[in-house]
Design a protein around this ligand. Sequence first.
Ligand code: BJW
Length: 228
Amino acid sequence: MADIRNIVILTGAGVSAESGIDTFRDAGGLWEQHRVEDVATPEAFARDPDLVLRFYDMRRAAIQEKLPNAAHEALGRLDREWPGDLLIVTQNVDDLHERGGAHRVLHMHGTHLNAWCMVCDLRSRWTRPLIDRPPCPGCGERALRPDVVWFGEMPYEMERIYAALRRADLFVSIGTSGAVYPAAGFVRDARDLGVQTLELNLERSQGSAWFHETRLGPAGELVPAWVD
Ligand code: BJW
């Protein structure tokens, strides 16, 4: 990494798999017989809010019990020690990067820590099950939803991500299937910008052919080996 100064790291569900958090598209990818595309949309929420709120209350409870794994911890070390620009763009709504010691983290698909009020737009700490319809601490309306990005919604902080990609010397993708845009397009954006690209994943992602280099294996082994 001698000639590398600025790094953008994209992470997906595979980086948290060894912490015991299910990925979206492996092993059937179903939750109570529903595909992720059927619960993670505004249309699904409008059609059956109880189903969607139960799904997210369950996921939030599961995430809280999990611990960072060796991949999160290695990225935490890299973040603390890397002197140049570094941005970990995670598609994950869990907070395992932060609990693994990383600070330069951007949650492009939102966070399980926050609820979002559909009436007054306030983001507040998500402390009680949303299925119980707790009131918004700002306006008092019982109109809270998870602060996550569903299909058809705009991911967060896209301008900041593209600005980091424009400055980057290296783009690393870890544990993501490359099935969901715009994150799946970052490798092509990076290539167009002349950025070096590296994929660390259990299996080849859909965009694997775009990477200069792919290393296959579990993130808990590949990421520390790359960082240290
Ligand atoms: C391991 C491992 C181990 C396992 N170690 N690896 C046609 C073409 C292009 C785009 C579209 C299209 N039709 C519709 C769209 C747009 C749509 C989209 O991409 N749809 C696809 C289905 C085609 N995208 C959107 O709607 C997005 N918004 C948007 O595009 O706005 C317009 C826009 C335009 C231009 C610029 C900007 C914006 C929003 C997408 C929101 C996705 N939301 C979700 C839910 C978030 C909340 C929640 O968590 O519940 O995000 S869906 C779900 O998928 C979640 C994930 O973040 C995301 C990606 O999944 P991920 O992380 O890749 O997980 P998996 O399971 O797919 O893969 C895991 C990988 O890990 C696998 O490869 C395993 O092998 C590997 N692995 N164990 C290492 N131990």
